[in-house]
Write a protein that binds this ligand. Structure first.
Ligand SMILES: [Zn+2]
Length: 93
């Protein structure tokens, strides 16, 4: 079974998009925590990249995404973003 790495986009000093009272970093965290909890309930091994409002530099984020399972090919990476336009979900593989 695949393992899942869940990345909550943005965070800390990087709020992402905002509008209509919605701040991207807050919504991506909420969505990511939901996915994390649900995968736990289903017994699917997973890692949540951030579980609080913290700043993660881009290179650090990539390392955090890669480090839990190394070069294991049975890993699915989901990076959640709620963009103002274009794609709603960005997948990094
Ligand atoms: Zn974003």
């Amino acid at each position: 079974m695949k393992k899942v790495v869940i990345d909550a986009g943005h965070g800390g000093d990087d709020p992402g998009a905002s509008g209509n009272g919605i701040v991207e970093k807050e919504l991506t965290l909420e969505i990511s925590q939901y996915i994390h909890d649900r995968l736990d309930e289903l017994g699917i091994e997973n890692t949540l990249i951030r579980d609080s409002d913290e700043t993660i530099e881009p290179n650090d984020r990539v390392n955090m995404i890669v480090s839990p399972y190394g070069s294991d090919s049975d890993v699915l990476v989901v990076s959640n973003h709620i963009n103002a336009g274009g794609r709603a979900v960005k997948l990094l593989i």
